[in-house]
Design a protein around this ligand. Sequence first.
Ligand SMILES: [Zn+2]
Ligand SMILES: [Zn+2]
Ligand SMILES: [Zn+2]
Length: 136
Amino acid sequence: MPLLGKKSYFCAICRKEIKHKHKPKSEWQVEGPLCGDCYVDQMRKFHELSLKQNCVTCGVEKDVPDLWEPRYQWDMKGLLCKECFDKKEGEYKNLKEYCKMCGKKLGVIRYHPKSKWSMDGQLCRECWDSQKAKMG
Ligand SMILES: [Zn+2]
Ligand SMILES: [Zn+2]
Ligand SMILES: [Zn+2]
């Protein structure tokens, strides 16, 4: 029998033609069928929404959507609450803009401490030189 008149379905989210319909859950507020990819996406999204996690810095428990991902420069894992995120961002800014040793505001040229000095932050030229003289 020819497949004439076979109705096609389109995913309600990405508009792709779909063969296997996935029925969205009522709390997703999506009308119509979904393709497999969008279905999995939605599942994941709504699953995350219902999750709670602790802020890695202060340990407060929050809903995941209320937590912030640390910036990649901070080299941290986990999520932060808004307060800790702001604090961290402030610290990081200071770290970047001022010489770690003398506190002088740094210009465009900054000096990175050598890894064996085990310091973070950046240094001005004078402090870098004096540190180098001391530590090698
Ligand atoms: Zn789709
Ligand atoms: Zn926190
Ligand atoms: Zn300095």
